[in-house]
Design a protein around this ligand. Structure first.
Ligand code: BEZ
Length: 213
């Protein structure tokens, strides 16, 4: 087990998946990546989650994000389950699922929380940047299906704030005004943020989302 923190290089691994053997870092290439774990195959909440993610493929593609799922069952089980997901969620699973029968990856990413369950993984999400660094970690309990709109929202925020000197306020969503980071001096604002800004407090300055036309 390793402790992974934001900013760390996402640990690399090789694994069998439903789309063949992968080396995780090679598979990521220059893309952003989402690695998310599932307690077990043929479980109801996981079935809806994998279907939801498959149905969001265009949203992930638009953001240059590759998605990979993990469950501690084997390839034959995964392949049978995919048929059920496709049928019940009206989709086609369009991303690999890692067969982590020996729990190698789940252990590497600390996805098994023994005080919750000693065998099944919790619902972890790791978002990894093109620099292979961990940008976001979210952990949900087995009983709560994840909110993938929230994941897309954070990806939008991270991809925006990587290129502009802004941060995003509470409940921000793409298109809303942004916070100018405290390190920017007022005199530099006109060149950095030609759309203008509102100073609510000297430390709280809002500007329209800079990368929108
Ligand atoms: C599910 O995916 O439905 C699930 C898995 C483990 C515990 C509870 C629900």
């Amino acid at each position: 087990m390793s402790t992974i923190r934001l900013g760390d290089i996402a640990p690399n691994f090789t694994a069998e998946t439903t789309e063949g053997k992968i080396d995780f870092h090679n598979w990521l290439g220059d893309s952003w990546g989402v690695l998310f774990s599932h307690p077990a195959d043929y479980t109801p909440v996981c079935t809806t989650e994998l279907g939801a993610v498959a149905n969001y493929k265009a949203e992930f593609d638009k953001r240059n994000v590759k998605v990979i799922a993990l469950s501690v069952d084997g390839i034959t089980s995964h392949k049978g389950w995919i048929k059920d997901i496709n049928e019940t969620q009206k989709t086609t699973v369009n991303f690999p699922i890692i067969a982590d029968e020996d729990r190698k990856v789940a252990t590497l990413y600390d996805m098994i929380h023994p005080n919750a369950d000693d065998k099944m993984t919790v619902r972890s999400i790791f978002l990894i940047g093109p620099d292979k660094k961990v940008k976001l970690m979210i952990t949900y309990p087995a009983s709560t299906g994840r909110n993938f709109d929230e994941l897309l929202r954070v990806i939008d925020s991270l991809q925006l704030t990587a290129y502009h000197k802004v941060a995003t306020p509470a409940n921000w969503k793409a298109g809303d005004d942004c916070v100018i980071v405290p390190a920017v001096k007022n005199e530099d604002i006109p060149s950095l943020f030609p759309k203008g800004y509102t100073e609510i407090k000297p430390y709280l300055r809002m500007t329209p989302q800079p990368n929108l036309k």
